[in-house]
Design a protein. Structure first.
Ligand code: TTP
Ligand code: MG
Length: 407
């Protein structure tokens, strides 16, 4: 209850996640692959990994991030395909454009998933379950893809709910059932808890969500450190531990993502940096601010966290420029191969772009890029269906890392 006697509005979040995304696109583009084990990733015989695989291939025990050699042993008759990032990004955009129709509270968090803040949209679109069904149907009609939607009072639960009902699923967690829902999950289903943490929890015989919930925060803190303890304490209770956060403070603009499975795969990492660059540049321009400094945050799977920043001589004017800087910082800082659980990107020393400064911003060499980008943002804010994006924004430059995947 709020102080003035009003009941606080129940929040409603959707988490939308496409099923076996890259593999499903391959099955749509190549009907002869449908119903078969399709494995997308590195070339068999190379030292690379599986990006993803169809549900038919999952029956053989194949999983994302598994060495491709292991996958091949499990399923030598599978269809092995290279990553076609450009095509997946194209399909991703079509899907995201549908989702944007439903709420201004749209947040894309990876190539195939997004959060929709659907709070208060019932009057416009109907009850959440009906909207979710419509979304699934529209995307199926437009692209042929199936997806899973989780509906819940916070983002964390929505994410768990979509995973819970995969593939082609739809699952609602009612607010009063939140704790009950989390308790029936396995510890490994809790998002953002890596193998290492699971192992450590085992030392104290914490092997279920219920046991985790009954463990005092101080005990967790001694075992895993303060940040991890705080995260687990909330997660076990169905409280959002902050899996996707935007910094709302005025002097900085940032966005960060925590990953379910730790990342150590360059194309995927670059994909995330690309998303984050677009998000923070969009906010910078939208809020009429400017900055010369980009900060990258890396949190490893052992919760150690590092930040690194770079200042340019001029103001950032495009998300491309932010993306290039983010990659540069990443390559300087990353302990190669070490798994990452969170990536964050932000602008520091942000200033309000006063009218008298606008000329100064536009005088530099990037005048044109900035104008183009600003125009895209303006058009998109008027009509989310508009399909206009600068060509260089379409795809992270991952060609160097795809030696074995000439897709
Ligand atoms: P996910 O949504 O994690 O996986 P998915 O869509 O393939 O399967 P699910 O039905 O379980 O959602 O990731 C989306 C895409 O990201 C996936 O299709 C391929 C890519 N990816 C990688 O390249 N490497 C990885 O380790 C993971 C997890 C995903
Ligand atoms: Mg998916």
């Amino acid at each position: 209850m709020l102080p003035n006697g009003r009941i606080a509005e129940n929040r409603v979040y959707f988490h939308v996640d496409l099923d076996a995304f890259y593999a499903s696109v391959e099955q749509i583009d190549n009907p002869e692959y449908r119903g078969k084990p399709v494995i997308v990733g590195a070339k068999p015989g190379s030292r690379g990994v599986v990006s993803t695989c169809s549900y038919e291939a999952r029956k053989f025990g194949i999983k994302s991030a598994m060495p491709i050699s292991t996958a091949y042993k499990l399923c030598p008759n599978g269809i092995y395909l290279p990553v076609r990032m450009k095509r997946y990004m194209e399909v991703s955009r079509t899907v995201m454009d549908v989702l944007k129709d439903y709420t201004p509270g749209f947040q894309q968090i990876s190539i195939d998933e997004a959060f929709l803040d659907m709070t208060g949209t019932e009057r416009l679109f109907g009850p959440p379950l009906e909207i979710a069904k419509e979304i699934k149907q529209r995307i199926k009609e437009k692209t042929g893809l199936t997806l899973s939607i989780g509906i819940a009072p916070n983002r964390y639960l929505a994410k768990l709910a979509s995973d819970y009902s995969k593939p082609d699923g739809l699952y609602i967690v009612e607010p009063e059932k939140a704790e009950e829902f989390v308790e029936k999950l396995k510890l490994t289903d809790l998002w953002g808890i890596g193998k290492k943490t699971i192992e450590k929890l085992k030392e104290l015989n914490i092997t279920t969500v219920k046991r985790l919930k009954n463990t005092p925060k101080t005990t967790l803190s001694q075992l895993l450190g303060k940040a991890a303890a705080e995260y687990l304490y909330k997660a076990a209770r169905g409280i959002d531990p902050g899996i996707h956060q935007e910094d709302k403070r005025s002097h900085s603009i940032s966005s960060e993502m925590t990953f379910q499975k730790d990342l150590n795969d360059i194309p995927q990492i670059y994909g995330v940096l690309f998303e984050l660059s677009s998000q923070i540049m969009y906010r910078l321009l939208k809020e009429k601010k400017r900055s010369k400094t980009v900060v990258l945050k890396i949190r490893y799977n052992d919760f150690t966290t590092f930040t690194i920043q770079k200042s340019l001589k001029h103001w950032f004017v495009s998300s491309d420029e932010v993306y290039q800087t983010a990659k540069e910082l990443f390559n300087l800082k990353w302990e190669r191969g070490k798994p990452i659980r969170l990536l964050g990107l932000g602008f520091n020393k942000v200033e309000l772009l006063k009218r008298e400064n606008q000329g100064e911003l536009f005088e530099n060499n990037f005048n044109k890029i900035h104008r183009v980008e600003e125009t895209i943002i303006k058009l998109k804010s008027k009509d989310s269906n508009i399909k206009i994006t600068r060509a260089s924004l379409l795809k992270p430059d991952i060609s160097k890392y795809r030696k074995h995947n000439p897709g």
